[in-house]
Design a protein around this ligand. Structure first.
Ligand code: PLP
Length: 394
């Protein structure tokens, strides 16, 4: 038997990533929890079942495997509780469903992950929720958009395509003065680089698919809430019937153990490449809040403790055809959605098509890079091939 229990609170975060979510009572002497495939739970007696005292009741409502991951995230986030969803998008939609009802007004950042915007249009609006988008740079002036029926503000900082930083403490202050919940899609910073609960966020979301899992092989979402939001979130999660399979939960727990060392490398390489890109004559602007030149740098420096591997850059005087030639010339950067895995990725981004509260008027072409764990010099050499391909006729 292991000698100590879950006394992780006094350790530094890197140590807690190793010790948390490993309850000894459910898996005896093994380092990792068992992968429990379960629907039915067998009870010892009618008393055990009907007294409501059993720890586990049914596979959908939690197993030792799912509880280990929920407990780890609750601990890391300093939250009252955590629920798991089958994708990051399901985490965004469930968090919103738990925070509003028909007749309410909900504010969503204009820089939000586009499928979250689609959920609002396809589900919240037809349900009778009044959805309004706001400029991500609004800060405390969000006060002027609050109405008597506003129930929630959905933030994402920085936006995962356009990288605007939000003044979360100012938004929280305005919202809490009127008893409005503040939600955050914290996928970019992860719990390691932005302390959601410490900054007053009520409900914080991770697309676990990204850095928690870290290996591009699982879809997963996590939602952690403070005391104020937890009981309603837990009820709605149970009512919706969400459950995540044990193999995927196991891979997320495994990914969590190395998340800090991976992020340190993602951050170092992303910073090196951001500075290198910034010095290129073909590049108009690099979008990475950790860079001093970024318009959101002051907020990033005040509130965050690190930056991940996701950044954008604008190619100057460039046609779409030339930007596509840049992408097609790359070998190490895969062309594909998602990010947060060990490998580098590139996508072409055009925010003009979906913005409603703000306009995106960069004259150049926006590319998004996920800087993976390859050698940074090899990634630079790969991008050189992209720059060389810009000679393609317009
Ligand atoms: C990827 C992503 C999501 C959705 O996660 P999935 O697991 O792909 O559904 C949500 N928010 C942000 C910011 C993302 O990057």
């Amino acid at each position: 038997m292991q000698k100590k229990k879950n006394c992780t609170k006094n350790y530094h975060t890197d140590t807690r990533l190793i010790t948390t979510g490993r309850p000894t009572e459910d898996h005896a002497c093994f380092v990792n929890p068992p992968v429990i495939h379960a629907s039915t739970v067998l009870f010892e007696s009618t008393d055990h079942l009907y007294s409501g005292k059993a720890k586990y009741s049914y596979g959908r409502r939690g197993t030792p495997t799912t509880n280990a991951l929920c407990d780890a995230l609750t601990d890391l986030e300093g939250a009252a509780g955590t629920v798991l969803t089958p994708s990051g998008l399901a985490a965004c939609s469930l968090a919103l469903l738990s925070a509003c009802k028909s007749g309410d007004h909900v504010l969503i950042t204009d820089s939000v992950y586009e499928p979250t915007r689609n959920f609002a249009a396809q589900v919240l609006t037809p349900m009778g929720v009044d959805v309004e988008y706001y400029d991500p740079r609004i800060g405390g002036e969000i006060n002027e958009l609050l109405r008597p029926n506003t129930s929630a503000i959905f933030t994402e900082s920085p936006g995962s395509q356009t990288f605007e930083m939000q003044d979360i403490p100012a938004i929280v202050e305005a919202a809490h003065a009127r008893d409005i919940l503040v939600l955050l899609d914290n996928t970019w910073a992860t719990p390691l680089f932005f302390d959601s609960m410490g900054h007053g966020i009520d409900i914080t979301i991770q697309a676990g698919t990204k850095y928690i899992v870290g290996h591009s092989d699982v879809m997963l979402g996590t939602i952690s809430a403070n005391e104020r939001a937890w009981s309603r979130l837990y009820e709605v999660h149970g009512a919706m019937g969400y459950h995540v399979g044990p193999d995927d939960v196991y891979l997320a727990l495994r990914g969590l153990r190395t998340m800090s060392v991976r992020l340190k490398q993602h951050q170092a390489s992303a910073m090196a490449l951001a500075k290198w890109l910034q010095a290129r004559p073909e590049v108009d602007r690099v979008l990475y809040p950790a860079l001093e030149s970024d318009p959101g740098h002051a907020i990033w420096k005040r509130d965050f403790t690190g930056a991940c591997g996701l950044l954008g850059f604008v190619l100057r005087d460039c046609s779409q055809k030339q930007a596509f030639a840049f992408i097609d010339a790359l070998e190490l950067f895969g062309l594909g959605y998602s990010w947060g895995g060990f490998e580098s990725l590139v996508t072409y981004v055009d925010p003009r098509g979906y913005r409603t509260a703000t306009t995106w008027d960069e004259p150049g072409r926006l590319l998004r890079l996920h800087i993976g764990l390859e050698d940074a010099d090899d990634l630079k050499a790969d991008l050189e091939k992209g720059f060389a391909a810009l000679v393609t006729p317009r």
